[in-house]
Design a protein around this ligand. Structure first.
Ligand code: BTN
Length: 326
């Protein structure tokens, strides 16, 4: 644990009360001056910390900043997702960083966040706009014991995690659209890009990339996107603290990932179905060059979409782009 994680953990768990600098220094085995130097550094990042010679330090306000040590302090230990967190000011894509960590043999659960991405990518080769300080651009490395065809389970699990985190942090009621979109009032607020590295019958690793549009205003989106994209700020009419949302999201991901690892996908599928706006509706799905039309019936055990065609045949769709039919 770094000095900053220790200090932030102590200040946060005091819940607005003062914490003695001497106590912190003693527990860490460092001088009071070393603690004071870290407090000054945290202040320069925007943490409002009151320092009183008799009472110690008191946390008054935290900035809307993604700081690895603060996220680690808030999440605590004994977890897989977020056991190691790295934050970049700018990167090409957080999925690229995870890819390098995966090749280097880093343990699963490492999380990479970026304030902005210059080459953020979405599904089907699309660009993912990732402006600085406006959203959560985050990727996680996973090494699950799943078969390659079962990995859609992770996308489904991640979308229920995102929906629950948004719900708990904003009070909004998101809907999910198979396989990876989270919508608010029919406009997309979040997407998931799952990149699979596998052999024929073995998953080597998975990069789970999540993007949430948090604090964009309407004018931050290019005109053609305004009817299809939204942000939490647009929907709630106030800015949303990204650090709180990131913590909520990582907790939800931990919960769902451990359910998947214990073979409890069914429970997640039930939650997902309750959030889904597409089931029971007539949809068209583009699968590569092919179009499949039918009624979206339910989710299969591996996370695939079960579609009843007009000829009564049940199609098992493992990837594609769903649109509602008028
Ligand atoms: C989609 O809906 O098409 C998926 C969008 C996924 C965006 C996230 S942002 C963090 C991670 N890094 C990327 O380049 N993409 C994913």
């Amino acid at each position: 644990m770094t000095i900053d994680v220790f200090i932030l953990t102590a200040l946060r768990s005091a819940e607005g009360a003062s914490v003695s600098g001497g106590e912190i220094a003693k527990k860490l085995g460092v001088t009071r001056a070393a603690v004071w130097a870290r407090i000054r550094e945290l202040r320069s990042l925007g943490y409002e910390i009151e320092a009183s010679p008799h009472e110690g330090y008191r946390l008054l306000h935290t900035p809307d900043l993604l700081l690895a040590d603060d996220l680690l302090a808030r999440l605590g230990t004994g977890r897989i997702i977020g056991r190691d967190i790295r934050v970049f000011q700018e990167t090409t894509s957080t999925n690229d960083i995870i890819e390098r960590l995966a090749v280097d043999g880093v343990r699963e659960g490492v999380v990479v966040l970026a304030e902005s991405q210059s080459k953020g990518r979405g599904r089907l080769g699309r660009e993912w706009m990732s402006p600085a300080g406006k959203g959560i651009w985050l990727s996680v490395l996973l090494r699950p014991k799943l078969l390659p065809h079962e990995t859609t389970q992770l996308t489904i699990a991640a979308s229920t995690s995102v929906a629950r985190a948004i719900q708990s942090e904003t009070g909004l009621a998101p809907e999910v659209k198979w396989p990876n979109d989270i919508l608010l009032g029919n406009r997309k607020v979040s997407g998931i890009l799952t990149e699979l590295h596998a052999e024929l019958d073995r998953v080597k690793y998975i990069i789970l990339g999540l993007g949430i549009d948090v604090n964009q205003e309407e004018t931050d989106f290019p005109v053609p996107m305004r009817s299809i994209a939204t942000s939490l700020r647009i929907e709630t009419k106030h800015s949303v603290n990204r650090s709180n949302l990131a913590v909520a999201l990582l907790r939800e991901l931990e919960r769902d990932y451990s359910r998947i690892c214990r073979g409890q996908f069914e429970a997640i599928a039930n939650e997902w179905e309750a959030l889904c706006s597409t089931l029971g509706r007539d949809v068209s799905v583009r699968v590569g060059e092919r179009w499949v039309h039918g009624r979206a019936e339910s989710l299969a055990n591996d996370g695939a979409l079960l579609l009843r065609t007009q000829h009564g045949h049940l199609e098992h769709i493992t990837g594609g782009d769903v649109s509602l039919r008028k």
